[in-house]
Design a protein around this ligand. Sequence first.
Ligand SMILES: [Zn+2]
Length: 135
Amino acid sequence: MIVSLHVATGAALGAAVRRRGALLVLGPVLHILSDRVPHQDIDSLRFEVGSGAAGLVALATRFGPLHPATLGAIATCLPDAEHLIRLPRPGGRKLFPSHRFEDWHREGGLPTWVQLAAAGVLLGAMLAARPTPRR
Ligand SMILES: [Zn+2]
């Protein structure tokens, strides 16, 4: 799944769950489930990083860096950091399950433009919504 859609679905998860501790587990689980949906990936690391960072900055600016929506977005897209940072690769493979095991990451299917549009609609709706009070 493209990074900006991980950011958008993670933000929606955070806004729905609103429990920061649970998001540390649920975000990566959502990442795995999203990577299992057959999808096309964007071949530009620059675009992936730029669009993901733009989404995170927009959420942090709108809701605050510690708001569950922002934290949910971070927790959900964080596993993709191993595409940027060289972490240990036991057996020559990446660490996160949906990056490590080929059949956990399904390629083909959902086009990148559909994912990008979904991310834009989801993030746009969240950013435009009235803020909800913190618990
Ligand atoms: Zn990933």
